[in-house]
Design a protein around this ligand. Structure first.
Ligand code: PDD
Length: 284
């Protein structure tokens, strides 16, 4: 069945959706994106994603295509038209269409594209039960990872490197310390304390990360926001990742070494259920 997608003010069948070959998103990866999950037909943490989008656009001097209210109504319309119960809404803004030139065009209107992906079972994925395996790879991305740009070739390569080694994902290392996963934030737990890298230009300020750390603090779980090494991770009691599409997912193996007892840890498991429960309550 064909989806209804959104392109610059129009709801159209996916086969009819077209973007110019001169779009700067296509030519220069001059674009930013957001992924908002949908559970029970409702948006999880829409406001967080909308705020981060605004920040990404501002950091790149890019025009805002619509205001937050309009953005919410497009999200809801797509969820409803495509009958999404569990899944996600993807949104991408690019600087727009202009003849190819490295300098930003003086007048171009931003392109806004949005579509849904149905993912039945997202909230109860097998990986949440079994945990995932990760490998470590060098972080070869640019230095402004706090801006959620569509430059995702290296993360794609990282996932392929992981697959080739029989793992599910990769954690990236810079100057000896873990930055984050290819499309998620990375955590370890040692002596009941959560350790995760502090936000900065080196990692994406995850919307799920913020919520999960808040719930952890409410549970009186100690949190230390600082960089950690892979060696430290290998000695940890638990490891896990967070993102809008994985929520909280345990990591049971890093570079072929089992973490803890090789089973999803109790902290990750508890945080996942709290996150899902609380986020559903606040979903819009
Ligand atoms: N990725 N770090 C990176 C590099 C990411 O790409 C993502 C999200 C996160 C987690 O952010 P959040 O909790 O806001 O989803 C961290 C999305 C899900 C993606 O690219 O599909």
């Amino acid at each position: 069945m064909s989806r209804t997608v959104y392109v610059n003010g129009h709801y159209i069948p996916e086969e009819k959706a077209k973007i110019s070959i001169f779009d700067r998103g296509f030519l220069f990866a001059d674009g930013v994106y957001e992924v908002t999950s949908v559970l029970n037909g409702k948006l999880i943490d829409f406001e967080g994603h909308a705020k981060r989008l605004e920040r990404s656009l501002n950091e790149l001097d890019m025009d805002h295509p619509v205001n937050t209210e309009e953005l919410l109504s497009i999200h809801r319309e797509l969820v409803s038209r495509n009958n999404i119960e569990e899944g996600l809404v993807y949104l991408q803004v690019t600087r727009g269409v202009a003849d190819r030139d490295f300098a930003y065009p003086k007048s171009a209107s931003p392109t806004l594209v949005m579509f849904t992906q149905a993912k039945p079972g997202l909230s109860n994925s097998p990986q949440a039960q079994t945990g995932i395996k990760v490998i470590s790879i060098p972080d070869m991305r640019w230095d402004r990872r706090d801006i959620k740009t569509v430059q995702l070739l290296y993360p794609s390569m990282g996932k392929m490197m992981a697959k080739a080694k029989g793992a599910d994902d990769a954690w990236m290392i810079e100057d000896g310390f873990v930055t984050e996963g290819t499309s998620n934030n990375a955590y370890i737990v040692k002596n009941s304390k959560i350790i995760t890298r502090q936000v900065g230009h080196e990692i994406l300020n995850g919307i799920t990360r913020r919520a999960v750390l808040r719930f952890a603090a409410e549970q009186n779980i100690d949190i230390e926001e600082r960089p950690f090494t892979i060696e430290e991770a290998l000695e940890a009691d638990e490891a896990f990742i967070t993102s809008a599409t994985t929520f909280v997912t345990p990591v049971i193996e890093i570079d072929g070494t089992v973490i803890g007892n090789g089973q999803p840890g109790s902290t990750a498991t508890a945080l996942r259920s709290i996150y899902l429960e609380e986020s559903l309550k606040a979903a819009i």
